[in-house]
Design a protein around this ligand. Structure first.
Ligand SMILES: *Cc1c(COP(=O)(O)O)cnc(C)c1O
Length: 501
């Protein structure tokens, strides 16, 4: 299995090379040259646990990893760091008649743990395979959840260090506290006076800065990315869609071959793209419902075929989806355009220069599995409230964007295909918004700590370890900078660290 860049400049990389590079040198994203097909049946998969399922999915894409290497990565990633042996259990909400795929049982209680607990292993194995001697420096822009999950994954991993940029005013208090209390001598966290897109653009600029790369290489360092543009993030995420599908077989909800619908609360388009890849390798999917919050650029895109980021940016109660440039969409564009790298590059250039591009009718047809939907803040709050009232099940605002999209889609189309909603964060991560919705404002005056105990009472879900730790952790990162100073910040931290060691 070889990987090509969506921009055509880099071709024929092995999986481990693509993982090491993160973003291709031509600015594109790596895509597998063809789609493999599951070589075990859904019935067989239904008998397997999460790790075994992950192995049978990931081996199709990471063909230059030996069985031993891949199992080593999987076994070390999906262990007691997850608070349930199921890793990502399905929860049925009876009144709504839908299944929530709970992807938040890892260390940082958001779905990013599913990929970021394995990425450090995939990267260090890839480095060994390719005889890379340099320290791998992970650069990451975060809208909140990636940052913490990446920090937790890479902290004190030998041969790596990690720098995380986050929008100072654009993350929840719990998200910020999780990041700035991060331990590990190889971790560095920087707040940006700007939004997530500023941080992401800044990181992309640093990646494509050839002089800086050279200078750091001389100092013994190599950049890589933990953002969802890295194929090493995407591949592990395919596994949980296969797992969800085969759990429904196991529970007798569907028979092998019956279709399901997946609804995914979407930001950078990584999670839903993984669902699309699951479909490509043989999981029967009827619709992929791409759920956005008030930042509804993807909703407009799937409706009109025009992507237009020239619009107001809203800060919402689902900050991890407050994104106007969804990086992973580039992979879908490339695939839907018959892998035309030239046209994909052209569109990405238009996006950078004018903030807008359009796709052809044929491409729209290729994307017909996708349906866009979006929710206002009021709809998100109502959805959380309703589900609590009817099912005593508490969901976070991101998941609520998904739940609302799923309900709206079912009402509008009468399509009653079994529906799985990706549940992307624990309600504890966004406790303030969640309790506001659940209690219609009666808990608003409580301080953060009191709210955790209230949430424990109303949800009957014990306070997760990740939150308990936060209550006592010490702040270790205080750097704040402007977007145009990001490069200097990276340079001085890395070079300073190299000097000290
Ligand atoms: C990152 C994130 C999302 C968006 O996922 P993408 O892969 O970027 O589309 C949704 N919800 C939560 C809680 C997240 O952390």
């Amino acid at each position: 299995m070889l990987y090509d860049s969506t921009r055509g400049g880099e071709r024929g990389k092995t999986a481990s090379q693509a993982i090491l590079e993160g973003l291709a040198a031509d600015g594109g994203l790596y895509v597998p040259r063809e789609f493999p097909h599951l070589d075990v049946s859904p019935e067989e998969l239904a008998e397997m646990d999460y790790r075994e399922t992950a192995y049978h999915v990931m081996k199709l894409f990471l063909t230059d990893f030996s069985e031993e290497e891949l199992r080593y990565c999987i076994d070390h990633a999906y262990d007691e760091k997850f608070d349930t042996p199921a890793v990502c259990p399905l929860h049925k909400a009876e009144s709504a008649g839908v299944w929530f795929l709970e992807l938040f049982h890892g260390k940082t209680i958001a779905f990013k743990d599913m990929a970021l607990s394995i990425l450090p292993y995939l990267l260090t194995v890839s480095a060994k395979k390719n005889h890379v001697e340099e320290e791998i420096v992970i650069l990451t822009a975060t809208s909140g959840d990636t940052g913490k999950a990446a920090l937790a994954g890479f902290a004190d991993v030998p041969g790596t260090s990690i720098i995380v940029f986050y929008p100072k005013e654009g993350v929840s208090p719990v998200q910020e506290r999780q990041m700035i209390t991060q331990k590990g001598e190889n971790t560095h966290v920087i707040g940006i006076r700007g939004n997530f897109d500023d941080a992401q653009t800044g990181v992309k600029k640093i990646f494509s800065d050839k002089d800086l790369r050279k200078e750091l290489l001389e100092a013994g360092c190599l950049f890589s990315s933990a953002n969802s543009i890295n194929i090493g993030r995407l591949v592990p995420q395919i596994a949980y869609y296969v797992y969800a599908y085969t759990r429904l077989i196991g529970e007798g909800v569907i028979k092998s071959g019956d279709p399901v619908n997946f609804t995914v609360p979407t930001g950078n388009f990584g999670n839903i793209l993984a669902a699309y890849f699951a479909m490509k390798i043989g999981i029967p999917v009827r619709k992929l419902i791409c759920a956005s919050n008030k930042n509804n650029v993807l909703f407009d895109f799937f409706r009109t075929g025009t992507y237009d980021k020239n619009r107001t940016f809203y800060v919402t109660s689902s900050p991890s989806m407050d994104i106007l440039v969804s990086s992973n969409l580039e992979r879908l564009l490339y695939l839907a355009d018959g892998r035309n790298a030239e046209e994909t590059s052209e569109r990405m250039k238009e996006l950078t220069e004018k903030g807008i591009y359009s796709i052809s009718e044929d491409m729209k047809k290729e994307m017909s599995a996708f349906v866009g939907s979006y929710s206002t803040e009021e709809e998100v709050m109502e959805t959380i409230h309703d589900l609590y009232e009817k099912d005593r099940y508490v969901i976070d605002p991101h998941t609520a964007v998904g739940a609302h999209a799923c309900r709206k889609y079912t009402e509008e189309t009468n399509d009653h295909t079994p529906a799985v909603i990706a549940s992307t964060a624990s309600p504890y991560k966004f406790g303030r918004s969640v309790l506001h919705a659940v209690g219609n404002g009666i808990y608003d005056e409580q301080d953060d700590t009191e709210q955790f105990y209230t949430l424990e009472k109303v949800s009957s879900v014990p306070i997760p370890g990740a939150i308990q730790e936060l209550l006592h952790a010490e702040v270790r990162h205080r750097t704040v900078t402007d977007p145009d100073k990001m490069k200097d910040a990276v340079r001085s931290w890395i070079l300073g660290r190299r000097k000290r060691s």
